[in-house]
Design a binder for this molecule. Structure first.
Ligand code: 3PY
Ligand code: MG
Length: 261
């Protein structure tokens, strides 16, 4: 049963204000996901919406992250719910779907995330079954609970439909995209995830999620925001991205070497 506890760690640990941290990987070399998994993250998220990842880099990335003992989350492209089933088949522990703006969007997402009777996920988890060492019957019974369905809230429409989305059986968590939300709330005037109205929305989303006994998650462009959100009771935060961490790590070392720090 080689990696069952690794992959099920996400569904087992998220919730109750767990304050988990995930890395966020837009680069497509699976070694990058594997390297970040060796740091003190609780999970690694591989991004297929933005960044450079495709189904092959996700497949290889999941292997590297799993071997490092961490669960993998995958963010799929907008409205590409078929990819949710595919990445679960490859051993993803959770899926983030961007731009879930209505109950109908959330229902479509769930239908590809969960086997009947909750959804309509088609059978074919060959790699996931091998990675977890489960029997086919065990995977059918436990697969729905292990596959964490995370709906992104990042528009005015999504905020208006928040309770309907959260009430849906099969949605396990919501994930705020504060950059898109800041654009939406300012009617396209600017992108500023730290703005006061965005922080108010973050507080509101967490309260509604917890009222529905679902997890609250967020992308935090800065570690300070992640720390604040964890203190408030958020369940999972992404901090920065592989791009920003590579650049800021290089900059910090250059500043020391050039005597600027
Ligand atoms: C957003 O902030 O809009 C996101 O999607 C985070 O990646
Ligand atoms: Mg977004």
């Amino acid at each position: 049963m080689p990696h069952l506890s690794t992959i099920s760690a996400l569904s087992n640990r998220i919730g109750g204000g767990s304050g988990l941290l995930t890395a966020w990987v837009g680069m497509s070399d699976p070694i990058i996901a594997g390297q970040l998994a060796l740091e003190d993250f609780d999970a690694v998220t591989i991004d297929m919406q933005h960044g450079a990842n495709d189904i092959t880099s996700v497949r290889l990335g999941i292997s590297h992250v799993t071997l490092a003992g961490k669960p993998t989350i995958v963010r799929i492209p907008v409205n590409d719910f078929a990819s949710a089933s595919r990445v679960l088949d490859l051993g993803a522990a959770g899926v983030i779907a961007p731009m879930i703006n209505s109950k109908a969007d959330a229902e479509a997402f769930v239908s590809f995330m969960k086997f009947p009777p909750v959804g309509q996920r088609s059978w074919g988890p060959t790699v996931a079954v091998a990675l977890t060492g489960q029997s086919l019957d065990d995977y059918l019974v436990k697969g729905n609970a292990m596959a964490v369905a995370i709906a992104m809230i990042e528009t005015r429409e999504a905020l208006a439909a928040l309770d309907d989305i959260l009430a849906l059986d099969g949605i396990d968590a919501v994930f705020v995209g504060p950059s898109d939300l800041s654009i939406a709330l300012s009617n396209g005037a600017n992108v500023n995830p730290g703005r006061a109205d965005v922080i108010d929305a973050l507080d509101h989303v967490m309260k509604r999620a917890h009222a529905h006994k679902k997890a609250a998650c967020c992308f935090a462009p800065s570690p300070t925001l992640a720390k604040d959100l964890a203190k408030k009771g958020y369940d999972l935060m992404a901090i920065g991205t592989d791009f920003s961490q590579l650049r800021s790590g290089a900059r910090a070392q250059i500043d020391i070497a050039r005597g600027r720090a």
